[in-house]
Design a protein around this ligand. Structure first.
Ligand code: PHE
Length: 460
């Protein structure tokens, strides 16, 4: 069944793919392996999955409910769902502001992936040693022009897709890129698993060592679950405004969370067997893992078969670019929708205005790896500051406020009607969901957040 309103996702599949596109991104393919690598693998993953199920997924369903109830304008969604309580109105600005912040620094890393795709395409990796890869990455990321250029290209591509509109841009983009992404992942996993010592990589991923569990692991696992599902910023509220009334919000949330976790695990299955296939390489190489360690791995492992090294590298970076794009689209839409709907700019102009702002902030973030290394605020460079602000402050606070809003402020009948599509769905998990967003999630998020800010000190 197709909907005709071009400001809505035309199909249920389109809605799921768009939300999954937002969720699946560099967070899965770059941040997840980095975090899992830094925190010892399987134990981190287990705790991450628990946070995903009991915290991030319920917040995602909550965002869906708020957004769809708001109907086509996220800025008014909170006020409408609260039954006109004006005090909650300002929450509608959350996606507008956070969209700009998150895209500004995300686009920098997305730009790196685009540059690496280009390098793979022109066969720029062959013949390089591991020292070359490390030196080249540092030289590239600290340059004042090149990474800014690639960041701007990614933002411009994102802008082009958002300018096309909800159905022709966002939905179509997701419908094309998400299946391709899956295909690439499967091919890469199959290659990776045939590498020597692949078993060690699998063991790292699936054999938990609980002695690694500490406070920093728990915090990182929660942060990763929120970041990976795109929750807490109002991004999914924005997309849910375009959901049709017959979308099953609970089921869609579960599907998106499953797809997202699957992609993260599969990315681990690409990356860790590859890392372990070369003696001496470590899985905890940190953020440069996919930019320094991996291209080096591809060259060394497939060095005897140059076309395989070429293909593996190219597919991998293309995968990163597509994952990044489907997420950056959702980030731009968060703010552009406001300029389009509330300030009445034509959609393309709204997308361009927000893109230019993001390019400006993105430039500062990019320079913080080079010329502006010493320019700090609160002890952090721009990139780290933006990441801290988004992932460690807005996401948990936003998630917490949304749980309080829907769990305690919104009339229960309104929530139930939204989740059960006016009583037409059975939604047997509704009571559990409501319990989580009223008690478990707010208390849990608050405790972890307070601990992170040093207000409490129970996670050592
Ligand atoms: N979930 C995305 C990823 O995994 C990142 C994202 C965060 C997207 C917030 C939108 C909003 O890369």
């Amino acid at each position: 069944m197709k909907g005709n309103n071009k400001n809505m996702f035309a199909s249920k599949v389109g809605a799921i793919l768009a939300a999954a596109g937002s969720a699946v991104g560099l967070g899965n393919v770059w941040r997840f392996p980095t975090e899992a690598g830094a925190h010892g693998g399987a134990a981190f993953i287990l705790i991450y999955v628990i946070f995903m199920m009991f915290f991030a997924l319920p917040v995602m369903i909550t965002e869906f409910a708020i957004g769809r109830h708001g109907g086509n304008n996220v800025t008014h969604a909170f006020e409408k769902m609260s039954g006109g309580k004006r005090g909650w109105r300002w929450m509608g600005l959350l996606p507008v502001v956070s969209g700009i912040f998150v895209l500004s620094y995300y686009a920098v890393v997305a730009g790196w992936t685009l540059f690496y795709t280009y390098e793979a395409l022109v066969d720029g990796f062959s013949g390089k040693s591991s020292e070359d890869f490390a030196a080249d990455f540092v030289a590239f990321s600290s340059d004042s022009l090149q990474p800014v250029f690639w960041m701007a290209v990614i933002v411009a591509m994102t802008c082009g897709i958002v300018a096309l509109g909800v159905q022709r841009g966002i939905e179509r983009g997701a419908k094309i890129m998400m299946p391709l992404l899956f295909l690439f992942i499967l091919v890469l996993v199959a290659c990776s698993l045939t590498l020597p010592n692949a078993g060690d990589g699998m063991r790292f991923l699936f054999h938990p060592d609980f002695s690694k569990v500490d406070g920093s692991l728990v915090l990182s696992a929660m942060g990763q679950a929120f970041f990976s599902l795109s929750v807490g910023l109002g991004c999914l509220c924005t997309y849910a405004c375009y959901f049709r009334k017959d979308v099953d919000l609970m089921k869609d949330g579960q599907s998106v969370a499953c797809i997202d976790t699957l992609v993260a695990l599969l990315s681990g299955l690409i990356i860790f067997p590859a890392v372990y296939s070369i003696p001496g390489l470590q899985p905890d190489a940190g953020p440069p893992l996919v930019f320094i360690t991996l291209p080096n791995v591809f060259q060394q492992v497939f060095g005897g078969v140059p076309w395989l090294a070429y293909l593996f590298s190219l597919l991998f970076y293309l995968l990163l670019v597509m994952a990044a794009l489907t997420s950056s689209i959702s980030m731009l839409e968060m703010s552009a929708a406001y300029f389009h709907k509330n300030l009445r700019l034509p959609r393309p102009l709204a997308a361009v205005v927000v893109s230019l702002v993001c390019m400006l902030f993105g430039t500062f973030c990019s320079w913080s790896f080079g010329d502006w290394r010493d320019v700090t605020l609160f002890g952090m460079g721009f990139f780290d500051l933006f990441d801290f602000f988004v992932a460690k402050l807005i996401m948990p606070i936003g998630g917490l406020l949304m749980c309080i809003f829907v769990g305690w402020v919104v009339d229960e009948r309104v929530l139930r009607a939204e989740i059960t599509n006016n009583g037409t769905l059975r939604s047997p998990l509704y009571p559990l969901y409501r319990f989580i967003i009223r008690y478990l999630a707010p208390v849990g998020i608050f405790l972890i957040f307070a601990n992170e800010l040093g207000l409490l000190d129970f996670l050592k």
